[in-house]
Design a protein around this ligand. Sequence first.
Ligand code: ATP
Ligand code: MN
Length: 465
Amino acid sequence: MSIKNRTKIKEALNSTELNRTITVKGWVRTRRGNKKIAFIALNDGSTINNIQVVADVPSFPDELLRHITTGASVSVTGKLAPSVGSGQNVEIHAENIELYGSADPASYPLQKKGHSLEFLREIAHLRPRTNTFGAIFRIRHTMSYAIHKYFNDKGFFYLHTPIITGSDAEGAGEMFRVTTLDMMNPPRTEDGKINYREDFFGKETNLTVSGQLEGELGALALSDIYTFGPTFRAENSNTPRHLAEFWMIEPEMAFYDINDNMDLAEDFLKFLTEFALGHCYDDLLFLNNMYDKELLDRLKSVTSTDFKRITYTEAIDILSSSGVKFEFPNSWGSDLQSEHERYLVERHFKKPVIITGYPKDIKAFYMKQNDDGKTVRAMDVLFPRIGEIVGGSQREDELLKLETRIKELGLPEKDLKWYLDTRRFGSVPHSGFGLGFERMMLFITGMSNIRDVMPFPRTPKNAEF
Ligand code: ATP
Ligand code: MN
């Protein structure tokens, strides 16, 4: 049901009850016809499909029809009738048309079909009205819902971790500062540094790069929690896979070891992919036909294949013996670049890959150390076309090892006191991971630039809209 007798176009198109009068409201996509009859394709965003409105031209005032052009907004009341020519089963025979707002054809930017994605990024305020972005944003909504459903059904609790953080243990150098100090005339300490004691929170604060550390506090009480919120990274990486503001899903589970963690990540990614295929088929089919003919096949293959699990050392061996000349050469100890990750996934194994046992020096301080003294129980999930989609680990649960590592790395120990308390009081083995929501959206939609799966993307030198 809907407000004031308005029927959403999705519901109207699925209707089997014909010859009744309904009202639909939306934006005109196209109008064609002649002096006697007009065919108006109307879309209200509820579905990628338009409903065809058929209007008998002489029964409507010229002054009204003149404004029924691409982009105009209207309310149409009329009979729902079987359709032969519109590509849909039903159409509306207009009895009354009301114009909300016209859209001057001389200046409305979305006139012709086939605008480039680059151009549409410049008009991000209007691009939701295109088929492509309507599809992407409907899928984005459905995926958000699926994430909550997945964890709720498994007994996880949604924990809201802070967006403003006072700890910079994780993202030193990559964080956005939050301050209310006067930039032109900040208070100074005696040695000339900025005096953050006078700032809003009485200390330096930043936007969070991850909710994990606080997520662990939740898991060590509620057992299984997840976060799903915005995260911010001031890394100056202008790539098709990085945003300065993105959304991350971070489950954290008490009593999970690294294998349980991998099982959960694999099951979760398969669930989301299956959910998209089951609930967004019209939109995915459109994206498949328009941009990426292998999209649907790729999605189906991920739901039905076991992810390959290898160690970092095995990955390095495969890369070294591949004979491929990579832009960034690697050897044991160096981080994998996206070209290496994609080689393993797309060319070597031809399926998603989970890598564990990374050198401790290229991973975060909180990861559980293996007995070899060199590697940690990290796990990265690598996906076709994306590279790293999930990063996670079993966490170090031994107080002494964690303290030693914090000292080795010179991290601000006093800022981590609350974190270390979890290892001091009732510490348990636990694990978790982070899924970048927009990386998942890239995979699901087949889009190749992360700017096209975020409604209003923030990237270096760009915070428009
Ligand atoms: P990358 O090496 O690709 O920069 P990362 O190792 O910095 O990723 P993590 O800190 O492990 O990533 O973050 C967890 C997940 O968040 C990543 O697996 C990825 O899906 C996502 N992610 C990380 N940085 C970004 C970003 N700048 N924009 C969008 N998603 C991101
Ligand atoms: Mn990064």
